[in-house]
Ligand binder design. Structure first.
Ligand SMILES: Nc1ncnc2c1ncn2[C@@H]1O[C@H](COP(=O)(O)OP(=O)(O)OP(=O)(O)O)[C@@H](O)[C@H]1O
Ligand SMILES: [Mg+2]
Length: 342
């Protein structure tokens, strides 16, 4: 533990992750094709991409489980190839402890991991109890693992990887296959980890997950980072928010449209059946002027909303194909482009 502390202290000023030009080739497949990443410490960083994009391969290189073919990476300033042993003390990877013993209870498993990591007997018990409490598994602590649900296993897996309290935690699709409630709990746990000083890099195929958790996101597709930034930056790179108005009286629709276009100085879309006008919103301030102009003309609204582009739209716009990978229809992206430009 004390070595770890001094190692961390040595590297505290360095970013949690710095990678340049990472490449991994399997046969003729450039699974990771020149990935640069920078993750500041104390943050949640999301790596978003469809199946086969190269997320897991990237993590495996950063976590010293796979040697990069080209490029380099440092974890808190320590090279993942030349200083493997130091890097390994600074990280935790979920999935790494998949070989938990099915016949043992949750407590027993955690105590064993703690002892393996060098904790004394009473320290190990205390750690196990703390983690089970933290992960809401106290009630199930004495049950053998074979009676655990998928979500409980996932939480125990995360708990096991946290025994050493690593400063940097890699979570490879931490919530895939979990029910919505367990997913939300997992998000809470991840936020708490970061609040207590860890840095988290998580991969996900769920856009809302990245949206909910991540301070910054890298979108990867076919082994390359195709976009990087905060969620808001990525959203705004795709297009402006849109303003939607529903007009009470259908007869007012065309007059309303004229006013909207005049005040906002943009082209609008009108859906006559829905009595709805949609306009790109570049300057939020102008909405006040618009509402006043509409009221002055005696036009009543039943609904007003502002929609930010979703991360799904961001992804489609950036990659030109859907998040389901090659099966995604070109249709989706064409539709989306229209929506974004509308
Ligand atoms: N050990 C390996 N040997 C050969 N090819 C591999 C190996 N590991 C990964 N690949 C290939 O590398 C590419 C990237 O895989 P990777 O697992 O990194 O993707 P991913 O983004 O994690 O996908 P998923 O969302 O499905 O987990 C894929 O084409 C995959 O088939
Ligand atoms: Mg993967």
């Amino acid at each position: 533990m004390s070595t770890k502390t001094s190692v961390i202290r040595g590297g505290l000023s360095a970013p949690a992750i710095e990678a340049e030009g990472l490449v991994k080739v399997f046969g003729t497949n450039r699974a990771v094709d020149g990935v640069d990443l920078r993750v500041d410490s104390g943050k949640i960083y999301g790596v978003l991409g469809p199946n086969g994009a190269g997320k897991t391969t990237t993590i495996r290189m950063l976590a010293t489980l796979l040697r990069p073919d080209e490029g380099s990476a440092r974890i808190f300033g320590h090279d993942v190839v030349k200083e493997q042993h130091i890097v390994r003390q600074l990280i935790g990877v979920t999935g790494q402890y998949a070989s938990v013993d099915e016949t043992l209870s949750a407590t027993e498993n955690l105590v064993i991991f703690s002892r393996l990591l060098g904790l004394g007997r009473s320290e190990a018990r205390q750690k196990a109890a703390e983690l089970l409490e933290e992960f809401g598994l106290t009630d199930a602590a004495k049950r053998p693992l074979k009676h655990f649900s998928g979500g409980m296993r996932r939480r125990l897996d995360l708990a096991a990887s946290l025994i050493a309290q690593p400063p940097l935690i890699f979570l490879d699709e931490p919530t895939t296959g979990l029910d919505p409630r367990t997913r939300t709990q997992m998000w809470e746990t991840i936020r708490r980890l970061v609040a207590s000083g860890s840095t988290v890099l998580l991969t996900t195929q769920y856009l809302d997950e990245a949206d909910q958790l991540a301070d910054r996101i890298a979108v990867i597709d076919r082994g390359q980072v195709i976009a990087e930034g905060t969620v808001d930056e990525l959203k705004s790179s795709v297009g402006a928010s849109s303003l939607q108005l529903r007009i009470s009286n259908p007869l007012d629709l065309m007059e309303s449209r004229r006013i909207v276009e005049q005040v906002l100085r943009v082209a609008t879309n009108v859906s006559a059946e829905a009595g709805k006008i949609t306009a790109p919103l570049t300057e939020a301030d102008k909405v006040t002027d618009l509402l006043i102009a509409l009221r002055d003309s005696g036009i009543a609204l039943t609904e007003l909303s502002v929609q930010k582009p979703t991360l799904d739209e961001v992804f489609l716009t950036l990659t030109g194909h859907g998040v389901e990978g090659d099966t995604a229809e070109t249709n989706g992206s064409v539709l989306n482009q229209k929506e974004v430009m509308a």
